[in-house]
Design a protein around this ligand. Structure first.
Ligand SMILES: [Zn+2]
Length: 192
C-alpha cells in the first residue's frame, strides 16, 4: 500500500556503451586540465622563466594568478556529477591569501575568480561564446581538498546554465565522447 511512497533511491550510476571504442564507460566522468589555457600561448623558450606551476597553483609573469578547483555539473536522471578540474583566475590579493593557508583547512573561506570557459564549447556554441571569462565564487575546501567553483547566476553561458540545471544523460555522453575520443565525429564523417 505504501510502496508508492518509497522512492527508488538506489544510486543510478552513469554509464554508456561507447560508439567510439566499443567499451562501456562507467562512473562519474572526470576530466582535468594540468595547467591554465593561458600558459599554452607562451613560447617554449620563455616558459620556464615566465610560468610558475604546481598541481594546484599557477602564476604567469608574476602578474596573472590561477588556482585549480573543481566544477561539478549534475547529470540529470543520475546521482552523479560530471567533474571538471579547471583553473580559475584570481586577483593577486586572493591568490596570496589562498597561499597563506594552502594545505590547511580553508573551509568557509572563499574568493571571487574568473573561469575560462572555452573548454566547454562545442562547435554549435563556439561562434557565440569565445574567450569568455565567467565570474565565479570559489569555495575553498578542507585540508588537501581543492576548492569548488560556482559560476555566478548572472552569467549567460551554457556552462553556467548547466551547472545550475544539470545536463541530460545524453549530453553527458556527448561531452565524455568529445573529451576521450575528440576525433570521433570527424572520423565518422570521413568514413561515410
Ligand atoms: Zn570509448
Amino acid at each position: 500500500m505504501l510502496n508508492w511512497l518509497i522512492s527508488d533511491n538506489k544510486t543510478k550510476e552513469f554509464s554508456f556503451k561507447c560508439s567510439g571504442c566499443g567499451k562501456t564507460h562507467r562512473g562519474a566522468p572526470s576530466f582535468s586540465f594540468s595547467r591554465p589555457a593561458e600558459t599554452c600561448t607562451i613560447p617554449k623558450t620563455e616558459y620556464d622563466r615566465r610560468v610558475y606551476l604546481t598541481k594546484d597553483l599557477c602564476s604567469i609573469d608574476e602578474s596573472s594568478f590561477y588556482i585549480r578547483g573543481k566544477l561539478n555539473i549534475p547529470i540529470r536522471d543520475s546521482d552523479e556529477y560530471f567533474h571538471w578540474g579547471v583553473w580559475v583566475k584570481q586577483t593577486r590579493e586572493s591568490f596570496y591569501r589562498y597561499l597563506e593557508s594552502y594545505g590547511r583547512d580553508q573551509t568557509g573561506d572563499h574568493s571571487y575568480g574568473w573561469l575560462s570557459a572555452d573548454f566547454y564549447l562545442d562547435k554549435r556554441w563556439r561562434a557565440r561564446h569565445t574567450d569568455r571569462m565567467l565570474k565565479s565564487d570559489v569555495h575553498w575546501g578542507g585540508a588537501g581538498q581543492q576548492p569548488e567553483i560556482f559560476i555566478f547566476e548572472s552569467e549567460d553561458h551554457p556552462l553556467a546554465y548547466d551547472q545550475r540545471n544539470g545536463i541530460s544523460w545524453d549530453h553527458a555522453v556527448e561531452l565524455t565522447m568529445n573529451t576521450i575520443h575528440p576525433h570521433y565525429e570527424e572520423d565518422e564523417a570521413l568514413a561515410s
